[in-house]
Design a protein around this ligand. Structure first.
Ligand SMILES: [Zn+2]
Length: 144
């Protein structure tokens, strides 16, 4: 069991008043996670470093998961330094950037998922939970 997904999506949301609202709601989720001592599952898009900065400051929870991570390598390394986990989705099956990320994150900090029905590894086909196998193959190949 965990709290989330929660976090910041600055890719979808550009207006500052809406971003402020996201920050406010994010704080509430962090409080709930702290209160119930449950892992925090983060959705961070174009806001990975900002999310990290906030959870470092406000979360008592060691178990923080950056779901469907697509940020840069540097932020990924900082996430790992905090002992948090990074979840790679089926995006890794067709994205060079995600494959590079996988090379830089220790296996002990890697989780995986599909984010289905989105991000199918097979063109024109709806993503399914079973396709997580495709991401696992990439992780096995890239994270030596
Ligand atoms: Zn998400």
């Amino acid at each position: 069991m965990g709290i989330g997904e929660t976090g910041l999506d600055f890719y979808e949301v550009k207006e500052s008043d809406k971003r402020k609202r996201q920050l406010k709601i994010f704080d509430i989720f962090i409080e709930i996670s702290n209160e119930y001592d449950l892992p925090l599952v983060l959705h961070a898009r174009d806001a990975e470093a900002k999310c990290l900065e906030i959870v470092k400051k406000k979360s008592n929870i060691y178990d923080v998961i950056f779901h469907c991570y697509s940020g840069d390598v540097e932020t990924a390394k900082q996430i790992v330094a905090e002992g948090y986990s990074i979840s790679f989705s089926t995006l890794a099956c067709f994205s060079d950037h995600h494959q590079e990320l996988i090379e830089h994150v220790p296996i002990s900090n890697i989780l995986t998922e599909t984010d289905s029905p989105y991000l199918s590894p097979f063109k024109g086909k709806r993503n399914e939970p079973a396709f997580v196998e495709e991401t696992v193959k990439i992780i096995a190949e890239k994270n030596l």
